[in-house]
Design a protein. Structure first.
Length: 225
């Protein structure tokens, strides 16, 4: 399965690129070269059938993102879908599903099915609910499997918490900070690392997601990002 960048490097002007060029009023040559060198991306998972593709990057219009999702404080799925409809009415280009409570996959599948906006997720938010395991029972491979599941379901882009590794965690502990880790995903991974006495899997296996041939998840299983 090829990515938009791979196509651009081969000189193939995809239907997604055609749509972006028309919306942005840019040339085929500009878009191909920019995607090939990584200054523009088109998040477009081939399993997101309702997607209206958009480009993000240098020389393009600023895109608007809406954050929503189901949480312990608000578990009304219909209310979140109303937000999706409202987002479409306002012409937003991106929706970040920050769901972290219950069976998030059900909401995400419906969201991907109806949304023409790009869909993003945070896999670590979904790990405990999706895997139906306590945090202490989750393995490094389990975290990676959640990323694969999101990609397969049609998610266009993801937030991967790779920034906190064992060295950073040690420095955090020695710094006598006044506040704890403010990132929800970062705090979850920090707690897991302490329980397991292990490295952050999103840091340890970062290259295996899509950048090398020794993948934990085969490249062909990654969709058309």
């Amino acid at each position: 399965m090829k990515t938009q960048m791979t196509y651009a490097k081969e000189g193939v002007f995809t239907t997604q690129m055609q749509a972006v060029a028309q919306k942005e009023g840019v040339s085929e040559e500009f878009l191909l070269s920019s995607i090939a060198n990584g200054t523009i991306i088109i998040p477009a998972n081939i399993n997101h059938k309702s997607l209206d593709p958009h480009g993000i990057g240098a020389g393009l219009r600023t895109k608007v993102n809406v954050n929503l999702g189901v949480s312990n404080d608000c578990i009304d799925y219909s209310e979140e879908m109303q937000k999706v409809t409202l987002s479409h009415d306002f012409g937003i280009e991106s929706i970040m599903d920050l769901s972290n409570y219950g069976k998030t996959s059900h909401f995400r599948d419906e969201l991907i099915n109806v949304s023409k906006a790009m869909i993003g997720t945070v896999p670590v938010y979904d790990a405990v609910g999706f895997l139906e395991k306590d945090l202490k029972d989750i393995s490094a491979k389990d975290f990676i499997d959640v990323v694969y599941h999101h990609a397969k379901s049609g998610v266009d882009f993801m937030t991967i918490h790779a920034g906190i590794n064992s060295r950073a965690a040690f420095m955090f502990e020695q710094a006598h900070r006044l506040t704890n880790i403010v990132s929800r995903g970062g705090s979850v991974l920090y707690a897991w690392m302490k329980m397991k006495q292990a490295e952050n899997p999103f840091y340890e296996y970062f290259d295996d997601f899509a950048f090398t041939q020794k993948n934990l998840i085969p490249l062909e299983n990654f969709c058309n990002h």
